[in-house]
Design a protein around this ligand. Structure first.
Ligand SMILES: Nc1ncnc2c1ncn2[C@@H]1O[C@H](COP(=O)(O)OP(=O)(O)OP(=O)(O)O)[C@@H](O)[C@H]1O
Ligand SMILES: [Mg+2]
Length: 257
């Protein structure tokens, strides 16, 4: 049996900030249609790994492939076009436009700012309406579809950000701490959304909440000091003696910080 090609992979990735080695020889394979978590203490290099994968920063060494295509030297916006999306920041939401309108514009591959230009208005009735409606249901935001995005709760805004990334129909979605700063209800909704996303997307997410990681991940990669410490199925990683030794104190509180 041949192993299916990973959706996203990194080989020997290295990143430096000046003389500081932030990532060292990171090799990672993200299976298509899986939910893959990256965990590790503060400063382990998780966000730096995302920056290198998305092309926001350039890796000093190594190779990155997306669906088998070498994207190591591909610009960040071209990586998005090839199907690699990261969650938008709240600031990219247009606060005075409705939730549905934000999604519709994202489905057209446009920012709300560009769409405000009246000479660039798009004809009504295109497929973006259907995409927006489907996303509203998936995001559990149908009840607030007509509300200005700026009036949503923090948790709802974070779900909308994920939806904005989904609207571009990416193959792989990267989420950096999608549940940070959320209360219990919103954490539950985001967790359900990520699990649902894994059915037809590939999701790579950074998360400190171990309950979420153990519940919804197919694979967990543990990073420490710029390197990969352990990788495997959640229960294997949880029971790994080296992970336990490294994080025992914090594991008791259920948080890997
Ligand atoms: N632009 C930068 N210049 C210099 N050092 C940086 C820069 N960005 C990050 N670092 C350092 O690189 C290391 C890795 O940072 P990174 O943000 O990737 O960690 P992280 O695992 O995402 O941590 P956290 O869980 O706190 O978000 C840290 O020691 C950090 O201080
Ligand atoms: Mg980080």
């Amino acid at each position: 049996m041949t192993t299916p090609e990973p959706a996203l992979s990194a080989e020997g990735l290295g990143v430096r900030y000046g003389s500081f080695v932030a990532l060292k020889d990171v090799t990672l394979q993200v299976r298509a249609n899986s939910v893959h978590a990256i965990i590790g203490p503060n400063g382990a290099g998780k966000t730096t790994l995302f920056h290198a994968l998305t092309g926001r920063i350039r890796a000093a060494t190594g190779r990155i492939t997306l669906n088998g295509q070498d994207i190591t030297r591909t610009r960040d916006d071209d990586r998005v076009r090839l199907g690699l999306a990261r969650s938008f920041q709240v600031t990219s939401l247009f606060a005075t436009l409705s939730v549905r309108e934000n999604l519709r514009l994202a489905a057209q591959g446009r920012t709300p700012w560009a769409a405000l230009a009246p000479w660039r208005r798009v004809a009504e009735g295109d497929a973006s309406h259907d995409t927006a409606d489907a996303l509203l249901r998936r995001l559990d935001l149908a009840g607030v579809a007509g509300r200005p995005a700026g009036e949503l709760s923090h948790g709802q805004q974070r779900r909308l950000e994920v939806g904005m990334a989904m609207a571009a129909r990416p193959r792989v979605i990267l989420l950096d701490e999608p549940t940070s700063g959320m209360g219990t209800d919103d954490i539950g909704a985001m967790t359900a959304l990520i699990r649902d996303l894994g059915r037809d997307h590939t999701v790579l997410f950074i998360e400190h909440n171990m309950g979420i990681v153990m519940n919804i991940s197919d694979t967990v990669t543990v990073m420490r000091a710029g390197e990969i410490l352990v990788e495997g199925r959640p229960e294997v990683v949880r029971d790994d003696p080296e992970v336990r030794r490294a994080y025992l104190g914090n594991m008791i509180t259920g948080d890997l910080r």
